[in-house]
Design a protein around this ligand. Structure first.
Ligand code: F0G
Length: 463
């Protein structure tokens, strides 16, 4: 007999209280934060879905491993455990630890990218794009067309557009330095990339002599989707699937704050000797020696264990199902979300939910503020605030206006999810009264982290 209820595959050993606040208190907190959820104090947040990055709960095994952390500057035992785990899963020869994903990006791009060169990706994450552009290189996104239409159902919406890739490789060949696949495609809705697409991208890159890298932050979730959805993979373990994925590439950047199940950490792993040497030189200059790269020995231990825990089937089943469960409730209620639900997050389609708010009044940003005001829930905008500012300073509406509800790993239970759904259903009743926002102050790059806003029409929710 198989029971249909999927339970959290863990019991809770340590708890951390969360604090209820009133809507009036949250209104004050919002104003003080310049209507930017990144600038709130975390203690003023009830349920924090800002990110799944570094916010997960560690296992007793990881914690035990941390007590073994070898803090030697060079050649620490913890590094060799970390290196062995990364090599075992990815198969890449050189393993370079970094303090998080964007450091791996900066070390890689800072070592190999020249001004005017191009990096292709299904969709660059914001830090990836910013690190490419910092080298005065060009970051180009070529997702499949389905990938930019929230309502379209496709099993692998994170796939790269192969025709576009081939055309660019032929036309712009000499300027293309690197091709990347982001798994899962975070900015495109946490959508997976199929093994078939990985293989085809790899083949095209080989034909044209271009290095092919993964942005592997959520590689385990991607492996789970392949197991569930791609013919021929149902009987393979997530670890076997992950190994096959990596076998088609030349390297990867990784934020271990996601599928590394750690609070901090990342790595760059690659096969090419020459590039590895350049990257190690950059690493020593800014991150640290090659056997710690800005991490403590205990962080390396936590990652070495966490990479395998992220690949466990009962964990992946619970994780992906929790996200899907919220997606189902919202869809049944008629709240538009990116379909099908992604791996680490539900993305509300604010363009469809708030059709009367124009892009220059940032509908997804406004909706994320209302979600906090009404329910104490912190989410993140993935829309025109995050992507609208062009390198030349112009403003261009983003392809999608999304509010991402990202799930920290192993942190929340089903009743938290039920509460989130209830708040959103309540907001659905207010939707005609929700107002846009305007930017009061913004920095030159990555503005969503620190820009300050104000309601464009005096209030977030009209009377
Ligand atoms: N690539 C992807 C696809 C990411 O989602 C992130 C981080 C990074 C790279 C950078 O890694 O934060 O360790 O430096 N994403 C987090 C998020 C911040 O909320 O989606 P990092």
């Amino acid at each position: 007999m198989e029971f249909k209820t999927i339970i959290e595959p863990f019991r809770i050993k340590v708890v951390e209280p969360i604090r209820h606040t009133t809507p009036a208190e949250r209104a004050v907190a919002l104003e003080a934060a310049g209507y930017n959820l990144f600038l709130l104090k975390a203690e003023d947040v009830l349920i924090d879905l800002l990110t799944d990055s570094g916010t997960g709960a560690m296992s007793s095994r990881q914690m035990a491993g941390m007590m073994l952390g070898d803090e030697s500057y060079a050649g620490a035992t913890s590094f060799y455990k970390f290196e062995a785990a990364v090599r075992d899963i990815t198969g890449f020869r050189h393993v370079i630890p970094t303090h998080q994903g964007r450091a791996a990006e900066r070390v890689l791009f800072g070592s190999v990218l020249e001004p005017g060169e191009i990096v292709l990706n299904n969709t660059h994450f914001d830090t990836t794009r910013a690190n490419v552009e910092k080298q005065q290189a060009i970051a180009r996104d070529i997702p499949i067309p389905e990938g930019t239409h929230p309502e379209v159902i496709h099993p692998f919406k994170g796939n790269m557009d192969l025709a576009a890739l081939e055309k660019l490789l032929k036309e712009d060949g000499p300027r293309i330095r690197l091709v990347m696949l982001t798994v899962t495609n975070n900015s495109g809705g946490g959508q997976p990339v199929s093994m078939e697409n990985v293989r085809a991208v790899s083949r095209l890159c080989r034909t044209h002599g271009k290095p092919f890298f993964f942005d592997a932050c959520r590689f385990a979730e991607n492996a789970w989707f392949i197991k569930q959805r791609e013919p021929g993979y149902a009987d393979r373990s997530p670890l076997e699937i992950a190994r096959e994925m990596f076998s088609y590439a030349d390297g990867c950047t990784m934020s271990a704050k996601k599928d590394g199940m750690a609070n901090i950490g990342g790595f760059l792993a690659l096969n090419d000797e020459n590039w590895a040497q350049k990257c190690k030189n950059t690493l020593i200059l800014t991150e640290g020696f090659i056997t710690y790269g800005g991490l403590a020995g205990y962080d390396l231990e936590a990652i070495a264990a966490g990479l395998y825990e992220a690949l466990q089937e009962d964990y992946l089943r619970y994780r992906i199902r929790s996200v899907e469960y919220l997606g189902e409730i919202l869809t049944q209620a008629g709240i538009p979300i990116v379909q099908p639900t992604g791996g680490h997050a539900v993305y509300i389609d604010a363009k469809a939910f708030l059709p009367d708010i124009p892009p220059n009044e940032y509908p997804a940003w406004a909706l994320s503020l209302v979600l906090y005001l009404v329910g104490g829930i912190r989410s993140v905008e993935v829309g025109t605030v995050m992507f609208g500012r062009q390198p030349d300073g112009r403003e261009k509406p983003a392809a999608m206006e999304l509010v991402r509800l990202a799930f920290p790993r192993r942190v929340y239970t089903q009743s938290h999810v039920d509460y989130i759904a209830e708040v959103l259903l309540h907001i659905q009743g207010l939707r005609e009264r929700i107002q846009g926002v305007r930017i009061v102050e913004e920095p030159p790059a990555l503005r969503h982290f620190s820009a300050r806003f104000a309601p464009a029409h005096g209030t977030l929710i009209a009377d």
